[in-house]
Design a protein around this ligand. Structure first.
Ligand code: PLP
Length: 459
């Protein structure tokens, strides 16, 4: 395939994409689950000779869509959204066409400079102080890993990077049980060890208890351990829990510890000033991650990390071998020094397109609708005999259950086999419960009304 053929097939692909998106409501949201069904349709070995684009495209159209769970389906209410606004898809097409690798400023100044400006725009959009700077990662997991590696090295006076951890004191991190498993994963990968991630008990509001945090830090110091940092939860994945950020940061700062806040999902909602009370005190954080690829519409992958001071992270992650040396170090930013991978995609382009195409007002309208439609769905479900609302809406996420775990599990299977909507589960307060999150970019009030209808039909 050459560039002329690419032009031809790109137009066909654009038409296909249009029909795919406009026809999503006619498809079951979740892929029918028959393991091996897709792989069985692919040859065991790669082709020896070139194949015509017609054949490749025809196989794509025949084999792939039936094996997809449609994340852009307007009735996708599972997990959290991975929204791809049309403007973001257009930007991704252009980024793919350019195929730049932005590891250094000089490897494409536009990649670095648009990223810097987008971080500034988002700082302002979320109401954060202007002194925050930041970078874009592939995922929240990588951002959290970067923050935890930085906490580790700050605590060790940057000795771990050279000497490893074997001769170091026992490092300790603190988070609540409501934080995402990416915190556990990052703690493991950073060599700190799962058992040194201290899970602080939560109170009735599902916030970490600040007093218990203070107690755990003091006890660890008394035992000769080395507290390294606190990870706070602003919108947990299970039921949308929020730590009381201001109170917890006060405790962390009194103990001299840095704070990373995981707002991967809920961060997008902070473009609406009325929701910012949920993370009151956020300006005291050292690091914050939020995923525009979840609720804002800048498609996967796009995870923004705000940093109060990038210095410690650059000191932890930056390496400058001769082959990466560049002139003008003082005036330029080489973002590879802020992140784990060296190579970097042009992720800022889709933020630029999305923020411009919808404006903050358009994006706020969507998020406000989602929050209010989720409340309506909660009320309609609560009216169904036998349904219990197990957690109240946190922004646009709530959970419900039937009388027993078994009944709830059966209902969930029926819902997802039915295909009109897609919901997933969590465990809360010892119960198997069904999560409902409303956040799909193209969903309407009618799509959300389908949730209680489907539940009523299938109970
Ligand atoms: N934090 C929270 C609260 C999440 O909900 C998720 C994913 O859903 C993550 C972190 C991990 O996100 P990522 O897939 O970008 O690593």
């Amino acid at each position: 395939m050459d560039h002329d053929a690419l032009r031809h097939w790109s137009k066909i692909a654009a038409d296909w994409a249009h029909d795919y998106h406009t026809g999503l409501r006619d498809r079951p949201v979740r892929a029918p689950l028959t393991p091996g069904a897709i792989a069985a349709q692919l040859p065991e070995t790669p082709p020896e000779n070139p194949e015509p684009p017609e054949a490749i495209f025809a196989d794509f159209a025949r084999i792939i869509p039936p094996g997809l769970t449609h994340w852009q389906h307007p009735r996708f209410f599972a997990y959290f959204p991975a929204n791809a606004s049309p403007a973001s898809m257009l930007a991704e097409q252009l980024a793919n066409a350019i195929a730049a690798q932005g590891m250094l400023w000089q490897t494409s100044p536009a990649v670095t400079e648009v990223e810097q400006v987008m971080i500034r725009w988002l700082t302002r959009a979320l109401g954060l102080p202007d002194r925050f700077t930041g970078t874009i990662h592939d995922s929240a997991t990588t951002a959290t890993l970067s923050a935890i590696l930085t906490m580790r090295e700050q605590a060790l006076g940057w000795q771990g990077l050279q000497q490893g951890l074997s001769a170091q004191p026992r490092l300790r991190l603190y988070a609540s049980a409501e934080t995402h498993s990416s915190v556990d994963k990052a703690t493991r990968i950073a060599g700190i060890g799962q058992e040194n991630l201290v899970k602080i008990p939560t109170d009735a509001t599902l916030s970490m208890k600040p007093g218990a945090l203070a107690g755990a830090i003091a006890a660890d110091r008394a035992a000769g351990h080395l507290p390294a940092g606190v990870i706070l939860c602003a919108g947990g994945t299970s039921v949308g829990a929020f730590d009381r950020i201001a109170d917890c940061i006060t405790v962390a700062k009194a103990a001299g510890l840095p704070v990373h806040v995981d707002a991967a999902w809920a961060g997008s909602a902070m473009i609406c000033p009325e929701f910012r009370r949920l993370w009151e005190g956020i300006e005291g954080a050292d690091s914050i991650v939020f995923n525009p690829h979840k609720w804002l519409g800048a498609q996967f992958d796009c995870a923004v990390q705000f940093l109060a001071d990038p210095g410690p992270q650059i000191r932890t992650l930056g390496l400058r071998p001769t082959y990466l040396e560049t002139a003008g170090r003082e005036e330029i930013t080489n973002f590879n020094e802020w992140t784990v991978p060296l190579g970097r995609r042009f992720r800022a382009l889709k933020l630029w397109f999305t923020l411009r195409a919808y404006g903050l007002s358009g994006l706020r309208d969507r998020i406000r609708n989602h929050v209010s439609w989720a409340r309506q769905a909660r009320d309609a479900l609560a009216r169904l005999p036998g349904v219990t609302i197990t957690t109240e809406p946190s922004l646009s996420l709530f959970t419900f259950a039937l009388a027993t775990d078994r009944e709830t599990e059966t209902l969930l299977s029926r819902i997802n086999d039915d295909g009109r909507i897609y919901l997933t589960q969590t465990r809360h307060a010892g119960r198997f419960v069904i999560r409902v999150q409303v956040g799909q970019f193209d969903c309407t009030a009618e799509d959300v009304d389908m949730i209680p209808k489907v539940v009523a039909d299938l109970m």
